[in-house]
Design a protein around this ligand. Structure first.
Ligand code: KG4
Ligand code: ZN
Length: 377
C-alpha cells in the first residue's frame, strides 16, 4: 500500500468517524473547556490523546512497538516508521472515539515535531498536517523534551521555575523550566543516555532469554534482577554469583552518576538564585525515572539539599499522547506557538532544549560534598 493511498484511506475513516461517532457539535457531547488532540510518534510509541484545558484526559490510545524492537535487538528506524504508519490512523481514531469528541470540536492539534527519529517524526507530522487542513484546526508543533518536562503540571500545581531531570533511552538532561517556552539547559549527556546503557547491558547479558525478563525493556529487566544482586561483589572483583550482581552494579553506577550531576545542578541553581526559596522542586521524568533505585538515589540528594522531589507515575514518564496534548494545552492557554492549518512545518531530529548554560555550570567548578548513597532494595 503506498503512503498516499493509506493516507487517503485514513482521511476517509476520519470523515466517517465525524458522521458516526460524534455527530455535529450541537448534537454531540457538550464541552465547556477547549479541547486539544495530542499526537506522539517521535520514537517507538504511537500515541494520541484528547485533553480538556483542565488536564482531564477524555480519551487516549497508545501503540507500543517495544516487543518488535526487543526481538530485533534495538530500534530499527525503518521498522519504527512502518509501524507508526500502520497504526497512527487507528490510534488517533481510538483516542477521539473514547473521548466522545469529533474533530470539529477540537480547539487545536498538538504534535511532536522535534527531537526524535526523523522517519518516526515524519509520520506524525504528515498525518497531523493533513488532519488540521482537513478539519481547519490550528496546529501546535511540540518539542518532545519540553512536553516531558511539563507533564508534571497536569498532575500537580507546580509553579515555574523548577529543576527537571529527564532520563530516557534517548536523553539525559538537567534543565530549569522557567515557563512554557523558557528553559535553561544546565547539562546533558556527553555520550549515551541511561536507558540506552541499560538496554545495551541487557542485550549483552542476553536478558531476553531470562525467563523473568523476556518481555521487559532492558531497564526493567536490570531493575528486577538487581533486587537479588550485590553490586559490591563486582566492585571488589569477587567471583560473581550471576547476572544479578552485574545488574545491581550497572544500576548503582548509573544512579550514583545521576545523583552527583543532579546534586551539582541543585547547588548551581542555589548559587545563582534560579529556584524559588519556598518549595524548590526537582521533577524527575522519562522512561528511566520509573526505576525505584534511581528514584531513591535522587530522594537522598533532594533530602540533603532541601528540595521537593516530584515524579509523575510511570505511565506519564514514558512516551504517550497525553503529554503532547498537555503541552498543547499549556501553549493554547498562553497563545504560544499556535499556527494556522496551512503553515508548512518541518520536523527536526536534533533540537536542543532551551538556552545552553552547561559551559557556565562547568566554569563554576562546584565541589560536591560527599553524600552516602545507601540504598536498600
Ligand atoms: O521515555 P521512554 O519511554 O522512551 C524514550 O527513550 O524516549 O524510555 C525508554 C527507556 C528504555 O531505555 C528503557 O530501558 C528504560 O526507559 N526503562 C527503564 C525502566 N523502565 C524503562 N530504565 C530503568 N528502570 C526501569 N524500570
Ligand atoms: Zn520521551
Amino acid at each position: 500500500m503506498s503512503m498516499f493511498s493509506s493516507r487517503v484511506r485514513g482521511a476517509q475513516r476520519l470523515l466517517q468517524c465525524r458522521h458516526t461517532a460524534g455527530g455535529p457539535p450541537s448534537s454531540g457531547r457538550a464541552f465547556s473547556s477547549r479541547l486539544v488532540l495530542g499526537i506522539e510518534t517521535s520514537c517507538d510509541d504511537t500515541g494520541a490523546a484528547v485533553l480538556d484545558e483542565t488536564g482531564s484526559i477524555l480519551g487516549e490510545s497508545l501503540h507500543s512497538q517495544k516487543e518488535v524492537h526487543l526481538s530485533a535487538g534495538g530500534i530499527i528506524p525503518t521498522v519504527a516508521q512502518h509501524l507508526h504508519r500502520e497504526n497512527i490512523q487507528r490510534v488517533v481514531q481510538e483516542a477521539l472515539e473514547r473521548s466522545g469528541v469529533h474533530p470539529s470540536q477540537l480547539a487545536a492539534v498538538a504534535t511532536t515535531v522535534k527531537p526524535g527519529l526523523a522517519l518516526s517524526l515524519g509520520i506524525g507530522l504528515e498525518f497531523s498536517q493533513r488532519f488540521v487542513r482537513q478539519h481547519n484546526k490550528p496546529f501546535i508543533p511540540i518539542h518532545h523534551m519540553e512536553a516531558h518536562a511539563l507533564t508534571v503540571r497536569m498532575l500537580h500545581p507546580v509553579a515555574f521555575p523548577f529543576l527537571v531531570l529527564l532520563i530516557s533511552g534517548g536523553h539525559s538532561l538537567l534543565a530549569v523550566a522557567r515557563g512554557v517556552d523558557d528553559f535553561l539547559l544546565l547539562g546533558h549527556t556527553l555520550d549515551e543516555a541511561p536507558g540506552d546503557i541499560l538496554d545495551k547491558v541487557a542485550r549483552r547479558l542476553s536478558l531476553i532469554k531470562h525467563p523473568q525478563c523476556s518481555t521487559l525493556s532492558g531497564g526493567q529487566a536490570i531493575e528486577l534482577l538487581a533486587k537479588n544482586g550485590d553490586r559490591r561483589r563486582v566492585e571488589q572483583g569477587s567471583l560473581l554469583s550471576c547476572v544479578n550482581d552485574l545488574a545491581a552494579a550497572t544500576q548503582h553506577t548509573i544512579a550514583s552518576h545521576l545523583a552527583k550531576r543532579t546534586h551539582r545542578a541543585i547547588l548551581f541553581c542555589k548559587d545563582n538564585g534560579l529556584l524559588p526559596s519556598s518549595t524548590p522542586t526537582l521533577v524527575l521524568s522519562g522512561g528511566v525515572a520509573s526505576n525505584q533505585y534511581i528514584r531513591k538515589a535522587l530522594t537522598i540528594i533532594t533530602e540533603t539539599t532541601g528540595l521537593r522531589l516530584l515524579c509523575p507515575p510511570a505511565k506519564f514518564c514514558t512516551d504517550n499522547g497525553v503529554m503532547i496534548a498537555w503541552n498543547g494545552v499549556e501553549r493554547l492557554r498562553e497563545s504560544k506557538g499556535i499556527l494556522p492549518p496551512h503553515v508548512d512545518v518541518r520536523y527536526e531530529p536534533r533540537a536542543p532544549l532551551g538556552v545552553d548554560m552547561s559551559a557556565e555550570v562547568r566554569a563554576a567548578g562546584i565541589k560536591l560534598p560527599s553524600v552516602k548513597l545507601k540504598i536498600l532494595n
